[in-house]
Design a protein around this ligand. Structure first.
Ligand code: WQD
Length: 338
């Protein structure tokens, strides 16, 4: 009765594995460490007192991944594994297509062969493209993605919808994350981007810890209250918990379901900077710069469906996330190290 977690040593994957283990699930992780470190496994054990079975496997390597399906009695899959840099996807679109879509096709073939019926897929709010209104509902238009990373997430959603039409015993939860931030309260696991952070919160924490001189605020002329970009920042521990709600939902054999995972609140860049400064009594120097290509004015979630159909809603707010992100970064100034 094992839960196979692909990408389980990543930022969201590791937080989800901690919650699964704390709820006595039998967890098997596959990861190739393309965007994470083996040290994460030690941290998971330090937090939970448990050691999930681990296989260093690239999910695109069908033969090696099949060995895991042969060895383990997999009943459910949570599929995090994938490349996730918006900027890198613009520079290397084929790499993102081959890796993100290719790995998902491998998983679906092995699911069929080994009669695994349940899968939770890590999708993204980027599938909504440039929204013409907010908050966003799951029934809103998707497409017009502003980068190849987001397009791969949408293409995989279409793959899953086709799979569900062909396999009436498949139960599939597509979770559209908004903007994950924060860290586990222990400060032992957190976001550890390689190189210069693309995302806002890790950049803020690297300024706070003295690794970066200042934050570049990309644009102050958006159609938002203070002119800076507005997003829906969800605490990663809430996001992880949402995956357990999705696993429980699949037990009721719903077929294919789609849920936004967000807070339902919009927060601007400057709002987040001020919340971080107040929560941690730290000054964050910033410079207003030009817009970043591909950025949108605002997006945030309508979260009613996750509440009505799974009973899920977030428990933490951005102040909690600012406090927990700083606790992680302060204790791990170089992330998980080399
Ligand atoms: C948020 C806001 C920036 C950095 C992307 C993906 C999403 C998910 C999260 C993978 C925007 C501004 C940022 C900086 C800034 N992907 N910003 N200075 O672009 O909303 O979402 O990352 O995990 O699927 O689409 O997140 O954190 O990059 O940007 O001013 O140094 O912060 O302009 O308004 P984004 P982000």
């Amino acid at each position: 009765m094992a839960i196979l977690v692909t990408g389980g040593t990543g930022y969201i994957g590791s937080h989800t594995v901690v919650d699964l283990l704390n709820h006595d699930y039998d967890v098997v992780i596959v990861d190739n460490f393309v965007n994470s470190k083996p040290e994460v496994l030690n941290r998971i054990t330090r937090i939970t007192g448990k050691t999930p079975r681990f296989y260093e496997v690239d999910v695109c390597d069908e033969a090696k991944l099949e060995e895991v399906f042969k060895k383990e009695n997999i009943t459910d899959i949570i599929h995090f594994a994938g490349l996730k840099s918006v900027a890198e996807s613009v520079a290397k679109p084929q790499l993102y297509i081959d890796n993100n879509i290719g790995s998902s096709k491998v998983l679906l073939r092995l699911m069929t062969k080994y009669h695994v019926h349940n899968i939770v897929f890590s999708s993204s709010a980027t599938v909504y493209g440039v929204p013409d209104h907010v908050p966003l509902k799951e029934s809103d238009k998707v497409g017009g993605c502003t980068n190849p990373y987001g397009q791969t997430k949408l293409d995989i959603e279409y793959l899953l919808k086709d799979y569900a039409k062909e396999h009436n015993d498949a139960n599939i939860a597509i979770l559209r994350y908004f903007n994950p931030i924060g860290a586990h309260s222990s400060g032992l696991i957190g976001e550890d981007p390689q190189g210069i952070p693309n995302n806002l919160m890790p950049y803020i924490t690297q300024v706070a810890v003295g690794k970066r001189d200042h934050l570049n605020v990309y644009g102050s002329d958006y159609n938002t209250p203070d002119g800076t970009g507005v997003r829906d920042y969800i605490h990663v521990v809430d996001l992880a918990r949402g995956h357990l709600f999705a696993l429980r939902k699949l037990e009721s054999k719903p077929g294919l379901v789609i849920y936004n995972l967000g807070t339902g609140k919009g927060t601007s860049v400057l709002d987040l900077v001020r919340a971080f400064e107040k929560a941690n009594d730290i000054k964050i120097n910033y410079v207003i710069c030009d817009r970043r290509p591909g950025d949108i004015d605002e997006n945030y979630a309508d979260c009613h469906k996750a509440w009505e159909e799974m009973g899920f809603k977030t428990e933490f707010d951005i102040v909690d996330a600012c406090r927990d992100s700083w606790h992680w970064q302060k204790n791990n100034p170089n992330g998980y190290g080399d």
